[in-house]
Design a protein around this ligand. Structure first.
Ligand code: GCB
Length: 601
């Protein structure tokens, strides 16, 4: 029994200790340990990893990570798991989608693989980058605890320079997707709680000086560049050949910034122009492709490059019938092709940070994005640890995507109860978003006061755009009330309908009434008719492009899925409501095209 081995401190400790997680719950891999990855070529650690689910956290108690690879015949003591043998899974993946027996598993799971490393070249560093792991991820290398990351949808990095040895190394992750009250999101959500390392794992080798961050954006007088470098370097050299920029930015304490005169062709959905950029510091060099545009609010208008714009959008989850939360470039492109067929110029990437390729592809295709952190429904708003976690997730998202012209809105939450603690928490997040990135709008899906029938949410004063989720015709029966809310409200800033919709089951739905395709279409017709009269509504992202999997929907038409998609879960079969929204968006696009070009400029 490992309980009596050298690995555990004493026999009973690992059985009785309920504090076993504490030494590993450091959250030490966070926004501050990220490196800029654009243009780096890394070694993919995707592929087959040894795998074991661990419902009782036996591995942390018994320190499985400290076991060494040995033949069974040579092991001196009984063992409960051998990290070097047994079942395997693919990385990236969600374990639910790998074997049916893991479909509803929630808890810890162990991933182990070998990594053959060459001798470290003098003056080089190595960083392990994980695109995302749901939710709490602990990293061990060669038996040593390296660090821990919280948050299921943002990337993280761990420096392994001092840890990797020449020859065979062992990388181990313990990934835990248990829903708890203090996490972000907490226990109850309307999307499936997938688990595992579901985005790419990559090892990067860098020079001694590492570029941790570069942020470029339009500013009065040209382009402002802000850089952060770790290691010796007196300056960083920024090159944007398409703008004739080649500038040395002096660094002090690893940080530097400059405003460089430039007159870029502005990015927009009609003109998604991108410029190649490179940044060098010491022997390190990173690249990116960046668009420049402005996004502001003025009164109840949203202005893109100074012109009022209406956000013709659709919401989308990251979900796949076969792969779960694992996504690919092809999947993202299909999503955007469908959005363009709908006539969209905008998408809401709900309810958590999507794969980083999404915003890169949106940049290239000319789609505007709302990006969001999973501050969803009830959150332990009064808990400082929960707040730190949410803040870190927001910083990681912003640092990852703030060079993406497509991203116009950072959303700090969805349908949260209007309490003092929530106001303080979410106002804090909105302020943090502005501090990290003053160039974008903030939003959140806010609340309606159903007694007074008006938009009423104290958070609205602290964000730029009021997101509104309303389900008249579905959860709210009386459609008349939507018009009344519209007339009763006089927001001083733009409103976007961040959700509206109805379920329609395209496989086994009833002929009429709730869950029928006809009913879904009717809700769309009525919504469009009512909303088009509200002049402060400056966009919408109905719920949702595709049906998606969720545990809490189990009626005969749902069968474990939310069926509010305009397209079924196969991502092919369009429901009739698709054409209704497409016709409305085509009408809006025609009206926009007919506006004189100089309007608002
Ligand atoms: C909402 C939530 C979204 C749900 C949706 C629904 O208001 O924001 O996450 O999936 O309603 O279908 O009920």
């Amino acid at each position: 029994m490992l309980e009596r081995s050298d690995l555990a401190e004493n026999a009973l400790q690992c059985l009785h200790d309920e504090d076993y997680d504490r030494p590993f719950n450091t959250q030490s891999l966070n926004a501050d340990t990220m490196i800029f990855t654009g243009g780096r070529s890394g070694l993919s650690l995707g592929g087959t990893w040894n795998f074991c689910v661990d419902l009782l956290d036996t591995g942390l108690r018994q320190k499985w990570f400290a076991m060494t690879p040995e033949a069974p015949e040579d092991r001196a003591e009984p063992w409960d798991y051998d990290p070097y043998a047994g079942e395997t899974v693919q990385v990236p993946s969600c374990w639910q989608m790998q074997k049916e027996k893991w479909y509803f598993f929630e808890g810890s799971a162990w991933y182990t693989r070998a990594l053959e490393a060459g001798p470290p070249a003098p003056g080089t560093r190595r960083f392990l980058h994980v695109g995302a792991a749901q939710y709490d991820c602990k990293l061990f290398v060669n038996g040593q605890f390296i660090g821990n990351h919280y948050g299921g949808s943002t990337p993280f990095c761990a420096e392994l320079t001092e840890v990797l040895r020449e020859g065979r190394n062992w990388i181990m992750f313990c990934v835990n997707n248990t829903r708890t009250l203090d996490r972000v999101p907490m226990r109850n959500t309307d999307w499936f709680n997938y688990g595992g390392i579901y985005r790419e794992v990559t090892l990067y080798e860098t020079a001694e000086t590492v570029i941790r961050d570069v942020f470029v954006h339009l500013a009065p007088g040209g382009i402002r560049a802000q850089v952060e470098v770790d290691g010796p370097a007196a300056e960083a050299v920024l090159d944007i050949p398409g703008l004739g920029i080649r500038a040395a930015i002096p660094l002090s304490g690893g940080k530097g910034e400059a405003v460089l005169p430039a007159d870029p062709d502005l990015w927009s959905p009609d003109n998604p122009v991108l410029y190649d950029l490179s940044l060098a510091a010491g022997a390190d060099r990173v690249t990116d492709r960046v668009g420049f545009r402005s996004i502001e609010r003025r009164g109840t208008d949203i202005l893109l490059n100074g012109r009022p714009v209406f956000l013709r959008g659709i919401s989308v989850h990251e979900d796949d019938a076969r792969l779960g939360k694992v996504t690919s470039e092809a999947d993202i492109r299909r999503r955007f092709v469908h959005a363009k067929e709908l006539g969209c110029n905008y998408l809401r990437l709900a309810h958590y940070p999507h794969h980083e390729l999404a915003a890169k592809i949106a940049d290239e295709l000319g789609l505007m994005l709302w990006e969001e952190v999973p501050v969803y429904w009830a959150i332990d708003f009064a808990n400082p640890a929960t707040r730190r976690d949410a803040e870190n997730q927001l910083r990681e998202l912003i640092r990852r995507d703030r060079n993406r012209a497509s991203v116009i809105i950072w959303s700090v939450g969805n349908e949260n109860p209007d309490t003092d603690a929530r106001l303080d928490f979410m106002k804090g997040l909105a302020d943090l978003a502005k501090a990290e990135d003053p160039t974008r709008l903030t939003s959140a899906a806010c609340l309606v006061n159903h007694a007074k029938l008006k938009i009423e949410d104290r958070l609205a004063q602290h964000i730029d755009v009021i997101g509104l989720n309303e389900y008249y015709g579905w959860y709210e029966e009386n459609f008349e009330e939507l018009g009344i809310i519209g007339r009763n409200s006089a927001p001083d800033r733009p409103v976007v309908i961040s959700e509206t919709g109805a379920d329609g089951d395209s496989e086994a739905g009833p002929a009429r009434g709730l869950f029928s395709l006809d009913y879904q279409s009717e809700v769309y017709r009525k919504q469009i008719e009512t909303l088009r009269g509200l002049d402060y509504v400056k966009g919408m992202s109905p719920w949702i492009l595709y049906d998606f999997r969720v545990e809490r929907r189990q009626n005969p038409f749902q069968r474990g899925w939310n069926r509010k998609g305009l397209i079924a879960g196969d991502k092919q079969a369009k429901k009739p409501a698709f054409a209704i929204l497409a016709a409305y968006y085509a009408e809006l696009a025609r009206a926009e095209a007919a506006q004189p070009a100089e309007a608002g400029a």
